[in-house]
Design a protein around this ligand. Structure first.
Ligand code: 16G
Ligand code: ZN
Length: 533
């Protein structure tokens, strides 16, 4: 049974701010760090219940607000295989976050336990971590009270990247099974990635050191740990590493800055020389953006779409090269934000699916391919190998030495790529390995296809909930008549494309536009914003 006295006593230590309504959104709860104490306590309780419901499997809790400003924070739950919390539990999380008294809380828990048939006698196991945000330790203390209140066996992983926490959850739950994923520790993660990377590149070392913008966040710790394990195979040059300085996390640096500003972080101006490439992580190291300066010192961005193109072509070639064509189908999942040129590039090679924004949708769709490559343009993504694909790779008898080499590379890729979630560090090593194999410079990689000029703007509207979409967010069904106006407008622009969708993380509507020229795209985006407003 629930320990009502303990639950009530600890509940009262974490009062909810009266006027706020919380919502478990696309990436969990996210708002100002100093408003989240009550939410963390309640998510501790919920994580324990989720574990009990799943027969004591370990659940993860990550405390982070990713690329958002330092003052923000957030929390999300991680399911046993390292994926995002099952969608049907999001509304339970929202409901618990918004009750107002200890009695209401206990009653809600009671009703919930009955409704979803949770056996409270089962054990509860939870592992948690946080990013470098200053609000983190206090929020973790609130989380620990929640875990105590539900009697969970809890393990603190300290300050870790989001993907490491997902990795650990998956390892813990597959230990001793045929799906065993690795040693459930941060060191296990670093060793697994470094070993796979070295196997994959062999003697093909990359030409230049790689500058890594760590966004002044937790990604720096990961880079610091993995760099020595890579020996001479690749030299990483970490920048924006001020993890202890207040106010600098994600500030004028990091993956989101690069993607939205489409420019070099000012702090790298004196570091990066013409002809050199660099990459940026975000504040919890699950997003990655690449870029390079050309010989004239001009900045060029290599976003999630370009990463997907590079990786898809490489994996397709390895599948062919190992004699597995027809047995293994490589597919790509994108969102409406994917640049039209990238979609065309992919469609000429492999099946492509478009899904709504958010990792959950991409991940789920990618599971339908034997090798599913998914990336959001903003740099979040990974490659999934299906269980039957893994079986094929492990048992296939190569008929020539060349087949054997390609097969070996594919197997190394399955170890290098984080199967649980998009991971900036794993993706960075993946990109570097492909560049080494292809002997590509940033410029050669960039020339796989030329991005159409594009523009993303936010529009504040009185009520974003009246905006409803269909066809993977590419068309509006409401407000009535609006899509027809957009169709008429876009027809006037050569190569024009536009869509409007309500944000899942901010109180705004987003407008995306692309067209053949910069001038046209700016005009198109401006006019669409005018129609929406
Ligand atoms: C969240 C999503 C990200 C998506 C973004 C879109 C996860 C873990 N994160 O950060 O994938 O690109 O939301 O935000 O799913 P928006 O709805 O405000 O445009
Ligand atoms: Zn992130």
């Amino acid at each position: 049974a629930l320990n009502v006295p303990l639950l009530s006593e600890l509940y009262d230590k974490h009062p909810k701010p009266a006027h706020i309504t919380f919502q478990y959104g696309t990436a969990g709860f996210r708002t100002l760090g100093d408003q989240l104490d009550s939410v963390l306590f309640r998510m501790g309780v919920l994580a324990g219940l989720r574990s009990k419901k799943l027969d004591g499997k370990t659940i993860g809790v990550m405390v982070t607000a990713s690329h958002n400003p330092e003052a923000d924070n957030g929390v999300k739950l991680v399911d046993p295989r390292g994926e995002m919390l099952e969608t049907s539990w999001e509304s339970h999380a929202t409901a618990l976050a918004n009750v107002n008294t200890a009695t209401e809380f206990v009653d809600a828990l009671d009703a919930f336990v009955k409704a979803v048939k949770i056996d409270l006698s089962k054990p509860a196991r939870v592992v948690y971590a946080r990013d470098t945000r200053p609000s983190g330790p206090a929020l973790v203390a609130a989380l620990e009270d929640g875990l105590k209140a539900i009697g969970a066996e809890a393990h603190d992983e300290g300050v870790q990247t989001t993907p490491i926490l997902h990795y650990i959850v998956r390892c813990l739950n597959t230990k001793g099974t045929k799906d065993e994923y690795g040693e459930p520790t941060p060191d296990g993660y670093y060793n697994k990635l470094a070993t796979a990377y070295k196997k994959l590149v062999g003697t093909k070392t990359t030409l230049q050191p790689l500058v890594v913008d760590c966004a002044n966040g937790v990604g720096f710790f990961a880079i610091e740990k993995i760099a020595p394990l890579l020996d001479s195979h690749i030299k990483l040059v970490p920048q924006n590493v001020a993890v202890d300085t207040l106010g600098v996390l994600n500030h004028a640096c990091g993956a989101d800055f690069v993607k939205t500003q489409q420019k070099l972080p000012p702090s790298l101006a004196s570091v990066l020389k013409p002809g050199e490439r660099a990459c940026s992580l975000d504040g919890d190291a699950d997003r990655l953006m690449y870029y390079y300066l050309d010989e004239r010192g001009q900045f060029h961005m290599l976003d999630g779409d370009k990463i997907a193109a590079l990786v898809t072509a490489f994996i397709s070639d390895l599948v062919k090269g190992s004699g597995l064509e027809g047995k293994i189908e490589v597919g790509v999942v994108q969102t409406a934000y994917a640049n039209g040129s990238s979609t065309k590039y992919m469609e000429d090679r492999v099946p492509v699916r478009c899904v709504p924004t958010g990792v959950k949708h991409l991940h789920h769709a990618a599971e339908h391919f034997s090798v599913g490559v998914y990336f959001e343009a903003n740099g979040h993504g990974t490659v999934l190998f299906s269980p039957s694909c893994l079986e094929t790779l492990r048992t296939h008898e190569p008929s020539t030495p060349a087949h054997a080499t390609s097969l070996k590379h594919l197997l190394s890729l399955t170890e290098l790529i984080n199967q649980a979630v998009g991971d900036a560090v794993s993706d960075m090593l993946l990109v570097e390995a492909v560049l080494a194999h292809r002997s590509y410079s940033g410029e050669q990689w960039d020339s796989l296809y030329a991005d159409l000029p594009n523009r993303l703007v936010k529009v504040s509207v009185p009520n974003r909930n009246v905006f409803k979409t269909e066809d993977a967010e590419r068309r509006l069904v409401s407000p009535p008549g609006l899509q027809t106006k957009l169709d008429e407008l876009v027809r006037k622009y050569e190569g024009g494309r536009t869509f409007v969708r309500p944000s899942g993380t901010e109180d705004v509507v987003r407008v995306y536009a692309e067209a053949r020229s910069r001038g046209h795209v700016d005009e198109l985006a401006f006019k669409v914003a005018g129609i929406v407003y």
